[in-house]
Each structure stands twice: as C-alpha cells, then as structure tokens.
Design a protein around this ligand. Structure first.
Ligand SMILES: [Zn+2]
Length: 250
C-alpha cells in the first residue's frame, strides 16, 4: 500500500487519526449487503464487499470514514420460504444453504441504531450504500434513513450504486456484467471466471449470463465514476448540513 493513501476504514483507525479524519470530513460511509449466492464464480460476500470497496475508494478520494461491511440484509419476509425451497411459485428459485436474509423490520431497527451511534461519533452525513439490490432491501434502507432524519439534522443518503448512473452507465444485475466487473476491479483474486458457467452443471445458476461480458477494465471505470459520484454528493450534503434543522421537516 502506498504511504500517501490514507487509511479510511474505521476498524483500522486509532483515536488520533479518527479525530483528525472526522474533523476534516464528517462523512461516514455505511456499506450494506448480505451473504448470497452469486453464481459459481463470485463469493457469498459479493454485495457488501462490493459496496465496501466503492465506499473505501470514495473516502480515499474525497474524505470520510468507512464502516465495516454489514453482511446481514433482507429479501423480504417471504425469503424464509424462498430459501428453503418451499415456495411452489418459485420452484426454480430453491436455494441450497449459504444465503442469509433477515426480516426487513430487524434490518430497519439495526440501521436506526447504527445511524444514532454514527451521529454520536461526530458525523454529519451518512452514505448508506447497499450492494444488495432487491426492492425489499432498498426500501428498508430508505425507510430507516427517512425515519432517522425526522428528528435528526444528520443527512442520510440511502442508495444502491446503479442510482448514480450518469455519464458512465452503471447497470443493476445479479452477478452479471456490472456486479462481476466492479467486483473484479476491487478484488481481482476473488473472481473465478473459469467457473462461469458452473462447470459442474454447465448452467448460469444464481447469476446472469451477461457475466461473460464483464472485465476488470470496465469495473475500474465504474469504480472511479461511482466513487466520485458518492464523494461529490456527500460533499454537497455536508455543505447543506444545518444543526438546527431536522431533515424530516422539509
Ligand atoms: Zn449482488
């Protein structure tokens, strides 16, 4: 690691460096995801690790501190049946063990407690980036952010990375071209394209066939673009922070 790259991961910081970093840029990045199958070519932690890598890059370039990735996410309460393969509506969706989902209400409560602790630590902006995209997860993060801001001046920006698509397209897929490319750029040793499709079955199970179009070059372009979008918007939110005004009153 080059010396000029600042340490931005909260768990690696010492008190002195933490105080300096918060004073310079009180933006906290909160990478979210779950443990979930992403084909045979990506690890279970893909979603939260992808979000963490994007947040680290944003903080390195634009300031702020990054929480450890949260690998507990939701797929809605129906996931209880879904993952056990009991849902006759989704016979092809039977998941073998390894994916984990918690109730969305539990996730919202957890996030509310996390926001409170982050605010107490001195942060004024929270970027809650979920690398796990189902509507239930995105809505839970959004709901928690909206609820928290009702009586707090802290600005919580809840999003998933395709929402910052602009000059560079950032698509949403499941272990397809976009997720695989981003992950490949961030964790080159953890992408096993020789397992795509699954050599045991010849099938693209729990992943999109577009994974074959992915590349680390595309991933690097997306990572830098998303990192800049995150950092710049966080800066705008910080500039608009007013300790007297709870966000929910606007
Ligand atoms: Zn994913």
């Amino acid at each position: 690691m080059p010396n000029e790259t600042p340490e931005v991961r909260w768990e690696y910081l010492f008190p002195k460096e933490f105080e300096v970093a918060v004073a310079q840029c009180p933006v906290c990045y909160m990478p979210l995801g779950t443990l979930e199958r992403h084909g045979a070519h990506l690890p279970f932690g893909q979603d939260a690790m992808k979000a963490h890598g994007l947040c680290v890059r944003a903080a390195q370039k634009h300031g702020g501190i990054v929480l450890p990735p949260l690998h507990w996410g939701t797929h809605g309460w129906w996931a209880e049946d879904y993952r056990r393969g009991d849902d006759s509506e989704w016979p092809a969706a039977k998941q073998p063990p390894g994916s984990v989902y918690i109730h969305e209400g539990l996730l919202i409560n957890l996030l509310l407690s996390m926001f409170r602790e982050v605010e107490y630590a001195g942060f004024k902006v929270i970027v809650a980036l979920t690398g796990h995209y189902p509507g239930q997860q995105a809505q839970a993060v959004n709901n928690a952010a909206t609820q928290y801001m009702c009586d707090s001046p802290v600005k919580v920006w809840a999003l998933y990375e395709p929402e910052v698509s602009g000059e560079v397209e950032v698509g949403a897929d499941h272990a397809g071209k976009w997720e695989t490319s981003i992950f490949w750029a961030l964790y080159p040793d953890l992408v096993k394209m020789d397992r795509c499709p699954d050599p045991d079955t010849g099938l693209f199970t729990w992943c999109d066939e577009t994974a074959l179009e992915s590349s680390p070059e595309l991933g690097r372009e997306v990572v830098e673009y998303v990192a800049d979008q995150l950092g710049q918007e966080a800066g705008r939110l910080l500039a608009a922070y007013d300790p007297q005004v709870a966000q929910g009153t606007k």
